[in-house]
Design a protein around this ligand. Structure first.
Ligand code: RAM
Length: 359
């Protein structure tokens, strides 16, 4: 049974007054959160050979539940957590922009004393206080898909490097429009960490000489909602009659934009690429609305997050650069700077390979 918060607080106080010197001298793996959240834990030694704990409760909190991308990702997480002998649960809201809903769920999970939370953050800052409280209560926090600030979690399971994800989408669109003309981005929630990191990288990459004739004229936000994303895509075409292409770095956004374009006169003329799920995008590849798009396997992303959460809860990693953990059949993964764990290279899908994938 776990220690109650009040008991833990008094134990901590006693420890601070009488044992702090001893603790420091022993290199104890004290993981209490301090002013900037996780400093103690990240500086702590891991016990790479510690046995994998079983009987843990690991909770996944995606940006949005009941949406294909996160259903597949969280199914992967469930598989990993259950294979490791622990209990998986998923909580979340149906909206793709409900940051307050994420905060209240983090607080509820902390109250419930789950052992670990894997969260895809809708906002880098807004979740921080709740996540820091969770960590102070002994909950191991890992982000996956979309990060919070590094001080508000121990590790981040990233699909690929942000730069890579962004650059590949821009390169695809560049090829498709002959590196010339106005382009726009259709994003998800305005605050989403992953979306904003990719948009920033796309803007930086656009400064490269090869893109000198391409101009980013607008960024729209569809909040990962089908109808809103559809309307935003329509709005982009209405407001920018010379638009040559759209990048939508969200599975829900690109699907809605493809639906709009496939029914519009601009089908095939205005190019669309971004991050899409093969099963969502197959009809639009087949009917010529979309030539190619990018993604990773969300199931593997969730699986890796499940393994990372259990490795944290088992003390095998603490979030420090260079630590390693075994993610089942996926093999060993090494933590990079800021506790970032990278899944691998994204895949480009087109008519030639889309039928090899089923997610
Ligand atoms: C949507 C979400 C998610 C993003 C994918 C590509 O499902 O915005 O965070 O990673 O698209």
């Amino acid at each position: 049974m776990r220690t109650s918060p009040s008991r833990r607080a008094s134990v901590l106080l006693a420890a601070v007054s009488s044992l702090s010197l001893l603790t420091a001298a022993c290199g104890d793996t004290d993981d209490s959160a301090d002013d900037d959240g996780t400093t103690n834990a990240k500086n702590a030694e891991a016990s790479p050979n510690a046995p994998t704990k079983t009987g843990l409760t690991v909770s996944f909190l995606p940006k949005q539940v009941n949406t294909p991308y996160f259903t597949v990702a969280d199914d992967g997480g469930e598989r990993a957590v259950e294979e490791l002998g622990s209990t998986f649960k998923e909580v979340g809201t149906e909206q793709g922009s409900d940051t307050a809903g994420q905060v209240s769920r983090i607080n509820a999970l902390t109250e419930e004393k789950v052992d670990a939370i894997a969260v895809s953050a809708l906002d880098p800052d807004a979740l921080c206080d709740a996540l820091k409280r969770a960590m102070a209560e002994g909950v191991k926090v890992v982000t996956y898909d979309s990060d919070t600030n590094p001080g508000c979690r121990y590790a981040f399971v990233s699909p690929a490097s942000s730069e890579d994800i962004a650059v590949r989408q821009l390169a695809l669109l560049g090829e498709q429009i002959g590196y010339k003309g106005d382009i726009a981005i259709l994003s998800a929630a305005r605050t989403a960490t992953n979306q904003n990191a990719w948009i920033k990288s796309i803007k930086r990459e656009l400064e490269d000489a090869r893109y000198q004739d391409m101009r980013l004229v607008d960024v729209a936000y569809g909040d990962d909602e089908a109808k809103k994303s559809y309307r935003e895509a329509e709005g982009l075409l209405e407001e920018h009659p010379d638009l040559k292409g759209i990048i939508s770095p969200t599975t829900n956004g690109i699907k809605a934009a493809a639906k709009y374009l496939s029914q519009s006169q601009s089908k095939g003329d205005v190019k669309l690429t971004g991050l899409g799920a093969p099963n969502d995008m197959r009809p639009y590849i087949e009917d010529g609305t979309v030539d190619a798009f990018v993604l990773w396997d969300p199931a593997k992303l969730g699986e890796l997050a499940g393994h990372a959460a259990v490795a944290l809860a088992s003390g095998q990693i603490t979030g420090r650069e260079g630590q390693m953990f075994l993610a089942g059949d996926m093999g060993w993964f090494k933590l990079g700077g800021d506790g970032v764990i990278t899944l691998g290279d994204p895949t480009v899908f087109d008519a030639g390979n889309i039928d090899d994938y089923d997610f």
